[in-house]
Design a protein around this ligand. Sequence first.
Ligand SMILES: [Zn+2]
Length: 563
Amino acid sequence: MTARSAAFVTLLLTAAAVAQRDAAPAPPRLVVLCSVDQLAAWVFANAEPHLAADGGFRRLLRDGARFLDCRYEHACTETGPGHATIGTGVPARVHGIVRNQWWTLEPGKDGRPGKLTYCVETPMPGLADLPEGKDRGAARLLVPTFAASLEAHVAGSKVASVSWKDRSAILMAGEEAGIALWFENSTGRLVTNTAWVEATPAWLTQFNADKSIDGYFGWTWDRCAGPDAYAGLVDDRPYEAVHGNGRKQRTLPQPVDGGLQAPGSAFYAQAYASPVGNTMVRLAAEAAVRGMDLGSDAVPDLLCVSFSSTDSIGHAYGPDSVEARDALLRLDQELARLWTFCDERVGKGRWAVFLTADHGVAPTPEWAKANGVDAGRGTIFTFVKAAMESALRERFGAPPEGRKYVAHVGEGSCYFDEELLAARGGDVDATRLQMARVAAAAAKKVRGIGDAFATADLLTPTLVRDELRECLAQALCPGRAGDVQVVVKPYWLDGMTTGAHGTPHPYDRQVVGLAMGPGIPAGVRFAQRITPGFGVALFAAMLEVPRPVTSAETLPAGLLGTR
Ligand SMILES: [Zn+2]
C-alpha cells in the first residue's frame, strides 16, 4: 500500500469512526419504567386496531421497539410480584414477593402465630400531614431495585415512583431510593411516608392542596371513541359489577361521584375504578418530575409510573368489557400527554421508556364459555381447603380439638399449621412432604383444579421440567410460598370477581412489552423472549450502570445499535 492510499484508508476509517460516534446517541437524561396494570398481551392485541394515530401506544409502536414475547418467568401473576420484577429484573423466587399477600408466622388477631400478611405492610411512621400513608414499605423485598443501583452508582441521580396502588409504587422503586408515592382512597391524596422522606416535599403539599381530583367530581364516564372501537363487546352483562355511584348500573355512561353530594372516600374509590385514576397518576408523575427536577441535567434520573385503574376496571367489568376497552383507549391519550410532557421537559430523544405490565388477565369465564371453551368459576379454593383437610385427617388422624392441619389456602398456595407439624415430631421436612403430597392429591379432585404439587417436589431437580413446573418453581421463595401449589384449570376462576388473574396460564403471564428512546430503532419487532423485568437490563445498558441483581436476561442483537 502506498503512503497516499494508506492515508486515504485512514481518512475513510476516521470518517467511519466519526459517523459511528455521531450515530451513537447521548444516553438518556430520564428513563421511565412504565407499568400498565393488567395489560395482557391478548388484551392489547384486541385493542390495537382501535388505538388512535396520535396516541401514546401508537407512538411507541412507530418510534420504538415491540417485544412480541414478553412473559413472566414466575407463576404468581399478581401486582406485588409483577412490580417487584419490573423494579428488580428478577422473578419472585429471587425478589421474594411471592404474592400480594402470603401466610406468615407473625402473630394474628388471636395472638397466635399465623396471619395473612400484605406484601408492603410494615410498621412505619406516617408524615404528620399525610398520616394515611403510614405502615407501608419495601422491607419484604429481598433484593435491591434498579432505582437503588442507579442512585448507588451515579452520584446525584434521583428517583420518583408513582402509582395509585401503594404496592406498585413501593415495589418498583424499593425503599433505599428516591420517593414512592401512591393515592389513598380514604382521602384521595397522594401520599408517602417516613421510609422515604422526613417531611412532605413542598411540591407534594402543593399537589394535594390543588385537589385536582375533586375537579373530576360528577364527571360522566362515557365512551370516548366511535362504535367500531367497541365492536363485538357487550356492555350490559349480568356478571359485571355495578359502578360505584349507588345507582346500581353496569353500563356506560356513568357519573363518577361515588353517589355523594361532595367529594369523599366513595368518590375517590369510584375514581380509582374509572379512567380518572389513570389521569391522576399521569398528573402526579408530571408533578414529581417538575417538583424533583428530574431529567434536567446530564445526570440520569428514573421515573417509575404505574397505571392501576386498568386493573381495577378489568376486575369489576372484565377485560372483555366496554369499560376496559374504553379505559385503555383513554389511557392511550394519557400516555401521549406524558410522552409530550417528557419531550418538552427533558427534550425529544433525551429520554427513554420501557412499558410493560405487572401481570395479564383471564377472559371472563362466561365470555370464554360463550366462545366454546371449558370455563367456569366458583369458590374453588374454599373447596380445596376442605378437601385437603379431610384427606389429611383420614391419613394422619384428627388434630387436637379446634385445630386444623391446613392454616390457609389462597392465591394458589396452601400453608400448613406449623405448630401441628412440629408437634408430630421426627423429621419435620419429611412429614411436610408426606402431608403435602396427600393434600395435593386431594386438591386435584376438586372441580376447577387442573393440577397441584407438593412445593418440595417442585424444588427437586430430578423431576421432569415442563413450562408449568418451571414457572411454579420460579415463584417459590423459601419460607414464603407455602407447602402445596395449586393450579386452576385454564379459564377457571376462583371467586366471584368478574375478571381475575394470578395463574401460570399464558393469558396471565404474557404481557405487553414496548421500548422507545435514544439508540432504540424505530418500528422494529423482536421475537426473542424477554421478561417484564427487561427494563432493568435495558436501562442498565443504556446508562452503563450495573444491574442490581445478576439475571440471565440479554438484549436482543440490534436493539441498541453499536452499544
Ligand atoms: Zn388485579
